[in-house]
Design a protein around this ligand. Structure first.
Ligand code: FA5
Length: 361
């Protein structure tokens, strides 16, 4: 049988279609797909070129070839369209799965935290307000008269040696140059009693300064002063108040004790101790001797206390026949150390961020 020209052209057409399908299987992106489209059905594409051979066919062969051509071209266009959609879908899925870190670059300053001493001061303030005390303040640069003399510590008293401090020049032209960096918060007792009349119930907290410097003593530290003056105030009121304070502050029921001691501005005077809250215990609840905080004594000292000396009341125009009072003065830094189990006083003041970061807000 005589082979027709249209058979050859149609065969070439089918061959191009197969070549196209094989090439299409390798295509994975839109650019390569477009190139494939141009290569096969673009103006000068291999399939389009075959159409040009239609003019050489006998008129009766043209129709069959025309139909075959359209069929192949449509199939190629459909495949291109299908692949185009598949590529878009893949691209969208890849976009959705892509991880972009949208967090802002770390350009902000680190957040600070509240210093353990400040935290302790705030806690003390809360506890004493609840116990009915006003919180008052006093200056760091104090008159020698208030820091010593009116507290029954005259110029030649040996107690001054224990609180050696920094004398400060007053403002130019001022006659009273007897100014000191206060050595304790006790002068706030004097300021309060000169400023208001009994009944008085105050606490004062703040920075004090001494010529001290060793592992347990710092030249700058913090104290809390308590003062209560009223009619018939006794040592029993002092002990009860301190017992209530310790329970509220350390949130546990601890014993307290007063040991006889001497401070020129109280009579009788005492050191105030509380039961050590940190002693390890055995299974039966008995305290073990190897406590790092109290060194096995089972007591920790908070500071001094006692009944306000009659001479101090008189120096503030309060009649000791009508009124009596008690006072206490504790180291706040020591309390912060107890509360947070800090072993070295200096850590509180070195300003080392690695230490301070351990007390987040
Ligand atoms: C006084 O300062 C008296 N004003 C306390 C007082 C007030 C007694 C009212 C009676 C009535 P003393 O010097 O002991 O007392 O200090 C009290 C507490 O401050 C001490 O127990 C200790 O906890 C703390 N302290 C004293 N010196 C330093 C120091 N250099 N560094 C850190 N803490 C200190």
């Amino acid at each position: 049988m005589l082979r027709r020209v249209s058979d050859d052209v149609t065969e070439a057409l089918r061959a191009e279609q197969q070549r196209f399908e094989a090439a299409l299987a390798e295509v994975n992106d839109a650019d390569a797909l477009y190139e494939l489209q141009v290569q096969f059905i673009g103006k000068k594409g291999s399939v389009s070129k075959l159409r040009g051979r239609m003019g050489k066919l006998a008129p009766e062969e043209r129709k069959a070839f025309g139909m075959a051509f359209n069929e192949v071209k449509k199939a190629i266009e459909a495949s291109l369209e299908g692949k185009h959609r598949a590529i878009k879908t893949l691209q969208r899925e890849a976009d959705l799965g892509r991880f972009e870190d949208l967090t802002m670059a770390d350009t902000m300053s680190p957040v600070g935290s509240i210093h353990p001493v400040t935290r302790t001061r705030r806690q003390l303030s809360r506890v004493f307000r609840k116990l009915g005390f006003d919180v008052v303040d006093g200056p760091h640069v104090e008159h020698e008269l208030y820091n010593f003399d009116k507290l029954n510590i005259p110029a030649d008293h040996p107690a001054r040696d224990m609180q050696d401090t920094f004398f400060v020049n007053g403002p130019a032209g001022e006659t009273d140059s007897n100014l000191v960096l206060r050595t304790h918060t006790s002068p706030v007792q004097i300021r309060t009693m000169l400023g208001r009349k009994p009944p008085i119930r105050i606490v004062a907290m703040g920075t004090v300064f001494r010529k001290d410097d060793d592992p347990t003593h710092s030249p700058m530290f913090h104290q809390i002063e308590g003062l209560c003056v009223d009619e018939h105030v006794t040592m029993a009121d002092l002990k009860t108040t301190l017992y209530r304070f310790v329970g509220a502050f350390f949130e546990t029921d601890l014993k307290v004790r007063l040991r006889p001691s001497f401070f020129p501005f109280v009579e009788p005077g005492a050191e105030f101790d509380m039961e050590c809250p940190f002693c390890p215990k055995d299974d039966a609840g008995a305290k073990l001797p190897d406590c790092g905080v109290c060194k096995g004594s089972q007591w920790v000292e908070l500071g001094g206390a006692g009944m306000v000396h009659p001479k101090v009341l008189q120096a503030c125009d309060i009649d000791p026949q009508e009124h009596s009072g008690w006072a206490f003065g504790f180291g706040i830094d020591r309390m912060a150390m107890l509360l947070h189990e800090i072993t070295k006083l200096g850590l509180l003041f070195d300003g080392d961020a690695r230490f301070l970061e351990q007390f987040p807000c």
